[in-house]
Design a protein around this ligand. Structure first.
Ligand SMILES: Cc1cc2nc3c(=O)[nH]c(=O)nc-3n(C[C@H](O)[C@H](O)[C@H](O)COP(=O)(O)O)c2cc1C
Length: 498
């Protein structure tokens, strides 16, 4: 079938993707001793058989002492490349490109699994000291060392059989912290004006390119904005993408938000901030969510670790990138009705454009992508909310974006791309993730946990289970983080190794 998402795409470095559908990064939390293992192999073989043009892994950490989650994959030396080769060869057996997303959490490393965190400035996330430590400000020499580490991991990824790499520059992790004037208060060459704040990612791109050569794809995932007053804003983002184009990046993926800001879960109050021409910061909900979480702890299932749940609520409730459907006001399986919340209109007016396509009903960053498209020519991937072949084809046809990124739908239906590529009326069928307990349902952590459970099922060779109770995500999150918390409580003087 000859549709827009079926068309091949050649990247600036010369590599060709067989179609325009990409699996966006989803942290799998399935590593064993921070290495890829059986469940990850199976999960990626399954995605690899699903006709995707591109598969981006969940974030792979550049430093085993700096994790975003306990069971992240880490690639910092060549000791275990065979495990990585098994992983990549299974994923690309059917012609999909497999790219590694490379990340460092900076201050967004949960306290439970870190001994010390580092960041551009010693500014703690506004999410409670139990959840996140006050980071130590990086020295100039350490910043250079980190740039080299990102590049080293990229080189190792190439050796391990990945077809490309993606720098995680979104969602409030280290690169995104450097970009943000709220997190980065430095007065040296790494802070201040945007030209300085983007120097970190610029240097990483250069160092990576020097390591992997000109024919190896390098992508960067960036935020449209942090949706916080004084934070990384759209105009900054335009400067960053222009620089990335000059530096020879092959693909930019657009997302948005940080742990602190609930914006890109589609939370109304934060979207309202965008519409308000960024003049006033609404209470983005992190504290409200925390309060409501605290208020409902007694009604949570007995996972045995209320602190853990509090921590989880604290840290992940405002994960910006998941597009909480209840807040956005549209169910993922909605056919064609415009959401009633006005969130899309808000975003449209924030971007100053009115996309005519149906795609804007689903893809909540499309208006921003339109703005970016006017500034750069390199391929753009857009992730967040896409559910129907109709919207995907419209977004590609409009010329605004080149690749459609999909995350949660591929956790439920790993071969979804096949349907989308062969049926222009195909839709992802995602049910809203709801427990029926309002305070819990507001927590982004629930969605992350829920889809993590589905990824685990796929890794075990089972189908995803649309009937799976979202309540089951809570013990999983408790287990994940309690090991780190216990470790911290009882082994304060030793390094956490999980
Ligand atoms: C379980 C889960 C884990 C995620 N992990 C990552 C990650 O490691 N890196 C990243 O850039 N985005 C991550 N995301 C965000 C997705 O890439 C994507 O931006 C978001 O889910 C919106 O796209 P969707 O509407 O297609 O799900 C994650 C999302 C989920 C649900």
């Amino acid at each position: 079938m000859n549709t827009h998402i079926n068309a091949a795409l050649q990247l600036p470095c010369g590599v060709t993707l067989k179609n325009r559908l990409a699996k966006s990064a989803m942290s799998e939390n399935l590593a064993v001793e921070n290495l890829p293992a059986e469940k990850l192999f199976r999960l990626y073989e399954t995605w690899g058989a699903g006709e995707l043009g591109l598969i981006v892994t969940g974030n792979i950490m550049i430093d085993g002492n700096e994790l975003g989650e306990p069971n992240n994959v880490v690639l910092e030396d060549a000791t275990h490349l065979d495990a990585f080769r098994t992983w990549t060869s299974g994923a690309k057996k059917h012609g999909s490109q497999i790219w590694a997303q490379i990340n460092h959490p900076g201050r967004q490393a949960p306290a439970a699994i870190s001994r010390e965190t580092v960041a551009p400035s010693a500014i703690q996330l506004k999410m409670g000291s139990l959840a996140f430590r006050t980071p130590r400000e990086l020295t100039d020499a350490e910043i250079h060392a980190l740039v080299a580490k990102y590049a080293r991991t990229a080189a190792l990824c190439k050796e391990a059989g990945f077809d490309g790499v993606q720098i995680h520059g979104a969602h409030g992790y280290l690169v995104s912290q450097f970009l943000s004037p709220l997190a980065n208060r430095r007065s040296d060459r790494w802070g201040g004006v945007i030209a300085n704040r983007m120097r970190f990612v610029q240097e990483i791109v250069r160092a990576m390119r020097a390591q992997v050569g000109k024919n190896f794809p390098i992508s960067v995932k960036i935020n449209s904005a942090d949706f916080q007053r004084g934070g990384f804003a759209e105009d900054d983002a335009v400067e960053v993408v222009k620089m990335l184009e000059r530096e020879g990046v092959d693909l930019i993926e657009i997302s948005g938000g940080t742990y602190e800001s609930a914006a890109m879960t589609g939370r109304q109050e934060v979207l309202g901030f965008a519409a308000d021409t960024k003049s006033s910061l609404p209470q983005t909900g992190a504290q409200d969510v925390l309060k409501s979480a605290a208020g409902t702890k007694s009604s949570l299932p007995q996972t045995g670790a209320k602190d853990v749940l509090g921590f989880a609520a604290d840290t992940k409730s405002s994960l910006p990138q998941t597009g909480a459907k209840d807040v956005l006001g549209f169910a993922a399986d909605t056919k064609s009705s415009l959401p009633q919340t006005g969130a899309q209109d808000v975003l449209k007016s924030a971007a100053g454009t009115m996309p005519s396509s149906t795609a804007a009903r689903e893809a909540y960053f499309l208006p921003f992508a339109e703005k970016i498209r006017q500034s750069i020519k390199i391929p753009l991937m857009l992730t967040g909310g896409f559910r129907s072949a109709q919207a995907m084809n419209a977004a590609i046809a409009s010329g605004t974006i080149d690749i459609v990124g999909l995350a949660r739908p591929l956790a439920m239906e790993p071969h979804l791309a096949r349907r989308l590529l062969t049926d222009t009326n195909a839709q992802a069928t995602l049910k809203p993730v709801k427990t029926g307990i309002a305070a819990i349902d507001r927590l982004g952590v629930l969605e992350i946990g829920y889809f993590s459970l589905q990824l685990k099922r796929l890794g075990e060779g089972k189908d995803a289970d649309p009937k799976l109770s979202p309540l089951l995500a809570i013990p999983l999150l408790g287990l994940n983080y309690s090991s780190g918390i216990l470790s911290r409580l009882f082994r304060r003087d030793t390094q956490f190794s999980g």
